[in-house]
Structure formats: C-alpha cells, structure tokens
Design a binder for this molecule. Structure first.
Ligand SMILES: Nc1nc2c(c(=O)[nH]1)N[C@H]1C(S)=C(S)[C@@H](COP(=O)(O)O)O[C@H]1N2
Ligand SMILES: [Mo]
Length: 507
C-alpha cells in the first residue's frame, strides 16, 4: 500500500492513465493503418450509424458543425470514470479489473472491424492500444516486495511511472494524430490539381443579384461560410491520382473513369444553391456557390442506362449511399459531377476530389461527396442510407424563405427599416416574396435578379416601422404559382415547412 495515497486512489489514477496510454498508442497505430481505424473514431462512427435520425437532427440543431467534436468529447468524458472504476477494481482483484479493460479493448476492435468500409488491418490499433494499456496498468499497480524495498520507494516509483504514462499518452496521441494528418491528407493531391477552363461558362450574374445589405447573407457563399453536413468523423482523404469512378449496374457499357479522364471531358460552370433536408425553418444549412463539373446526363447516356433503372445510387469513399431519380438527372437540368467550388478544386470537406450535385434536390438525395461509385438500379431494389432512417426516398427541395435582417429579438429605431433575406425553390425559381407585419396584409418585397432558377434569390422590403413590439413573417411563391405553406412540418421525412418569423422591438 502506498503511504499517503490509498489503494483506491492509486487504482483510479492507474486506470485513467492506462486508458490514456491505450488510446494514445491506438492513435499512433492508426496512423499506420488509417485514421478511421482508431478506437474512439470507430466507436463514434458506430454510434453515428446506430443513432436514430431524430437524435441526429437534434445533434445537428444543437451542436451544428461541432456535433462530431461533441460526440468524441462525450465518449472521452464517459471513458474517464469507467477507466477509474476499472483501475480501482484492478487494484483489488487484478484479473477482474484487467478483464474489464480488455472488454473495452474488444469494443474498439469490434467497432473498427464492422465499419462498412473496414480493411483487414482496422482492428489492429485497438488491439495494440489494449495490450499496451494493460501492460501499463500492470506496471503501475505492481507492488514491490516490502522486505527489500526502502521506505518511500513505492510512492516515488508510482509517481515516476505515472508521469511517464502521461508523457507517453500525450506524445503517442498528439504525435499519432499529426502523423495521421500527414500520411492521409489529400491536401497535397488537391494542391497539385489544375481545373481546366469550362467549355460552358456560368450564365452571367446580373448586376444587383447581391443587394449588399448589412446583415443579409451574401448572394454567393464563401467556402468558410458554406454549411457542412455529413456523417464523417474524420474527413475522407481521397487523392485525385488514385481516384476512380465506376458507373455500373443496369447499363449497357459499365465505365471506369480516372480523375484525369474526367477533367478531359467538357466542363460546365454553374451557380447552384445547395440545401439540407435537416435545415429547420429559418436555419443556416443552405449555401450558394459556383460549381464546375462534368454533365452527369452525358456520362449516363454513354453508359447506356436501361429504361427500367429509375434510381442512381451514388457511393462515397466512406460508405455513404445516396439515391437520386434517374429521370431528374436526365431531364435537362445541370446535374453534374463537380470538381471545383467557387473557382478552386473542391475543398476536402465538400467532397474532394469529386462530388455530385443536382439542382432542385436536397443534399441527402443528390449531393454525394467523395464520390467513387454510381450504380444504376431501382427504387424497388435499393434503399439508400437515409431511407431506412426515416427520410423519404425522393425529396425535391421545398419552396422556402428566410429573414436575415433584422434578426429575431433585434431592436430598431422607428422609421425606415430594410427587412431582407433569401428565398429559394431551386430549379423552379422564385417569382414572389411577401412580408407581413403582425396581423397585417401580405405585402410584396422587391426581388433581386438571378442568373437562373437554380439559385436562391435575395429580397428586401422597406418597412415603415412604428414604435412597439412587432412580428415579421415572410413567404415565397415559386414559378409554378405555389405559395409556401404556413403549416409547420418537421425536417423529417422530407424537409421542414412553415413561415420564418422575427420578433422586433421598435423605438
Ligand atoms: N459522403 C457523403 N456525402 C454527403 C453526405 C454525407 O454524409 N456523406 N451528406 C449529404 C447531405 S445530407 C448534404 S445536405 C450535403 C451537404 O454538402 P456540404 O457539406 O458540402 O454542404 O452533402 C451530402 N453528401
Ligand atoms: Mo442534408
């Protein structure tokens, strides 16, 4: 027994340290397999796969782009008391505590092995981490023979070993993460990419498409502000040099393309607004960018799509599956395999080297990032990732609008107030936006011009604001004559509806 430090405390400290060493060493080992094989990432990815869609929506709403960090931090925080308890158990009954530790190692091994895109080496980092962690625990808890040990030796030895464990865990952990980044980053590949000039340039953007009002989202969304939604805990690192796209299934001539071959095809450049089905009314998961890519319809016609193949299933390097109606891709719209965004090669988080885009469809049924495979099949034969999780197999974008300024809860002096925002109905186009103050009549807003029906449209309403509390509401009408419903619907199964509102105090 250590003087000044009870056996329980020693056990708890030893448990936490052994756990930290195990995870650190596993991160280091993962740098030699692949980042997704590290146990915390693998368990996290398993949690994401098993999480019901409703909980995922909640996480996206609550943590936004930080939902993955929140999950990883959550797992680590949960592990600390468990490791402490197992350490205390091990200090009493060595083998029982060790078995508990081994069980956690096994959890990592299994989680890594069952990933849909797992390689044969994926369980190795968890295994190596577990073995080294168990060794550390044994070393920390070993009691030297009291007969031959001088007083105070045991305490000094424990503290020295504990210090060494902290250092080893931090070094292996941080070093491992850094090495993972260095070894698997697609950054280098991306930096070498040159996108040829588009054969079909984007239709000119009319002057005044961006009203440039304070508080209003810019018409074109910069990369830093473009939302990101995906299930990837670690960004898939796909090098352009080794990228291959296979088009197969119900086609006459299956095709395999390299990145070089893709760039040799005529490129189109288009402004397209992309939005997420998980975007709540008034939410931020929408952005407008200039995309460059290859027309998907041409590629499909060359492959000879069978008339019965009503679904295109796109697959990503990380195992995501997305189902898109073949007829929509072939109906003449600018569906593309995109290679650039706002004039630069696709950022890694937006799908480098190649992603799909179909104007007018929500991202989960059209916009597969890190695309590697296109299978022509049928809706009857195959359910893509989100379908068994409670989302519709087909999901055109709903006509919606958002007030950007003034924000909900804002204060303004009485007089002229510019109420402004964006409205979208991709591939149909927005033909009218109206604003209502309190229970007053709907009044038309002024619409900014747009190059095509595939982008969102800015609007502004000059409000003569009178003192008091007011509620502003907005609704849009698309080119088919459909006016956005005020009925509130949840994001599941196929997109939220309702009027966005902002409460404003004037005076
Ligand atoms: N590989 C992959 N592609 C994906 C997803 C994903 O989880 N994995 N999410 C889709 C969803 S739900 C949306 S809304 C868009 C978001 O694209 P962005 O992150 O570039 O904005 O990507 C789509 N493509
Ligand atoms: Mo989405």
């Amino acid at each position: 027994m250590l003087e000044g430090m009870g056996r329980r405390t020693t056990g708890a400290v030893a448990g936490v340290l052994a756990g930290a060493v195990a995870l650190g060493v596993a991160e280091l080992a993962a740098a030699f397999v692949r980042p997704e094989s590290a146990p915390v990432e693998a368990v996290g990815a398993g949690v994401v796969r098993l999480t019901p869609a409703a909980v995922k929506d909640f996480a996206i709403r609550t943590f936004g782009a930080y939902d993955k960090t929140a999950l990883i931090v959550g797992i680590l925080v949960l592990l600390v008391p468990i490791a402490a308890l197992l350490g205390m158990l091990a200090a009493r009954r060595r083998w029982i505590g060790m078995l508990g530790f081994a069980a956690f190692g096994l959890l990592g091994v299994v989680a890594a092995a069952v990933q849909p895109d797992a390689g044969p080496l994926d369980p190795v980092p968890s295994l190596v981490g577990a073995v080294v962690g168990l060794g550390t625990l044994g070393l920390l808890l070993r009691t030297p023979d009291p007969e031959i040990t001088p007083e105070g030796y045991e305490r000094r030895r424990f503290l020295a070993l504990a210090g060494a464990s902290v250092a080893a865990a931090a070094l292996a952990g941080y070093g491992g993460r850094a090495l993972q980044k260095a070894r698997f980053a697609a950054d280098r590949s991306r930096a070498a990419v040159r996108i040829p000039r588009a054969a079909s340039p984007a239709p000119p953007v009319p002057a005044g498409a961006d009203l440039r009002l304070p508080g209003l989202s810019p018409w074109r969304t910069g990369d830093a502000d473009f939302y990101r939604v995906d299930t990837a805990l670690t960004l898939p690192q796909v090098a352009a040099e080794t990228w291959r796209l296979t088009v197969h299934g119900r086609v006459d001539h299956p095709v395999t393309l390299t990145y070089e071959e893709l760039l040799k095809r005529p490129l189109i450049e288009r402004d397209i607004t992309l939005c997420c089905v998980s975007n709540p009314v008034g939410g931020p998961y929408i952005g407008n960018a200039r995309w460059t890519g290859v027309r998907l319809a041409d590629l499909l016609r060359e492959a000879g799509v069978h008339p019965d193949a009503d679904q295109i299933v796109s697959r990503s390097a990380d195992g995501m599956t997305i189902g898109t109606p073949t007829a929509v891709v072939l109906d003449g719209r600018d569906a593309m395999l995109a290679v650039a965004m706002n004039g630069v090669p696709l950022p890694i988080k937006h799908g480098f080297p190649v992603r799909m885009l179909v104007p007018g469809l929500y991202g989960y049924v059209s916009a597969c990032k890190w695309l590697v495979d296109l299978e022509l099949t049928t809706f009857a034969d195959y359910d893509a990732y989100w379908v068994p999780r409670g989302y519709s197999a087909q999901a055109p974008v709903k006509t919606e609008s958002r007030i950007d300024t003034p924000r909900d809860g804002a204060r303004r002096p009485a007089g002229r107030v510019a109420v402004a925002g964006v409205a979208w109905a991709q591939h149909k186009g927005i033909s009218r936006v109206e604003v209502r103050v309190d229970d007053g009549p709907w009044r038309p807003a002024r619409l900014a011009p747009v190059p095509t029906a595939d982008t969102w449209r800015q609007w502004v309403y000059d409000w003569d604001a009178t003192p008091g509390d007011h509620v502003l509401r907005v609704r849009a009408t698309d080119s088919t004559g459909y006016t956005q419903t005020g009925a509130q619907a949840d994001v599941a199964p196929n997109g939220a509806t309702g009027w966005h509102s902002a409460s404003v105090t004037v005076g």
